[in-house]
Design a protein. Structure first.
Length: 295
């Protein structure tokens, strides 16, 4: 009789323990660690880093740290890249110390994920491995010696070896983003075309472009100061075991708040970290005719 009573008394307690272990909060604890690197940039990193951090955290997948370099130089700057699943680069400034460069290259080679955000592709023009990791870069004296232009012509990706500078853009304007790889986990399910808010449309990017997959392009209209070419705006790079997602969009906070930017950034970060994308698409997306921004 006593054993029966004990079982009856224990049942409610076991039910509570079981419910706690399966609670949504416990199940949704982030499993991935992200690091945003900033501190020097010709763009508004103080404004954009908090927005990028918010985008990652709201997925429920990431905890996010920020490593901010000294305001000048980089002496003593050595983030522990190996502690993270993905590193988001919001940096365009002084060369990192040699040991930091080696840490970063080894991190990516060994399977670390990277997100190259906007002006981070301007950084480190003379650092060979960095340019291999980002695939394409601009400014900093880059020319044909640094690699080809990548263009989308007549349904084909073209390596354009034409001599010329690396990196330019016309005036800010709304532009149409076209998905050319709709099977990649990052872009699967996205609209075939969607209108991005007024932003810099990077063009004439050059680089090694090895193991590079273009996901989305945009037409750089000569009427806005562009090239008259369909330029890559979202692409991936495989470097060693590492996965790299590169977005040229997001000049400032206004551009980061574009739903199209936000969704591709979130999905790109998850893919870089894990090789998969589990996030559902939002019900509201920009269309080919109309932009859509977050509050």
């Amino acid at each position: 009789m006593r054993s029966v009573m004990m079982r009856l008394l224990l049942l409610p307690l076991l039910a509570i323990i079981f419910a706690v272990n399966l609670s949504p909060t416990a199940a949704a604890e982030p499993k991935l660690k992200a690091l945003i690197v900033d501190g020097q940039n010709n763009h508004n990193w103080r404004g954009t880093t908090p927005e990028l951090k918010k985008l990652l955290e709201e997925t429920g997948l990431f905890t996010v740290d920020v490593s901010t370099s000294p305001s000048k130089g980089s002496e003593g700057f050595r983030p522990n890249f190996a502690s993270y699943h993905v590193v988001v680069l919001n940096y365009n400034g002084a060369e990192w110390p040699k040991e930091t460069q080696e840490d970063f290259v080894n991190y990516v080679k060994n399977g670390g994920g990277v997100v190259v955000y906007h002006a981070a592709n301007n950084a480190f023009p003379k650092w060979r491995e960095y340019n291999e990791i980002i695939g394409l870069g601009g400014w900093g004296g880059r020319t044909e010696k640094d690699g080809p232009y990548i263009r989308y012509r007549d349904g084909q990706i073209v390596r354009d070896e034409t001599p010329g500078r690396g990196g330019s853009h016309g005036k800010q304007h709304e532009y149409l983003v076209t998905t050319i790889d709709s099977e990649h986990p990052i872009t699967k399910g996205l609209p075939k075309q969607w209108l991005h808010v007024a932003d810099e449309l990077y063009d004439r990017l050059r680089g090694p472009a090895q193991n590079l997959t273009v996901l989305c392009t945009a037409f750089s209209d000569k009427a806005t100061g562009g090239t008259g070419e369909h330029e890559p705006v979202l692409f991936t790079v495989q470097y060693g075991k590492g996965r790299v997602f590169h977005t040229v969009m997001g000049h400032d906070v206004k551009q980061v708040k574009c739903v199209g930017f936000a969704v591709t950034f979130q999905r790109g970060a998850e893919w870089a970290a894990t090789g998969k994308v589990t996030q559902p698409l939002p019900t509201a997306m920009p269309t080919a005719e109309k932009t859509l921004s977050r509050d």
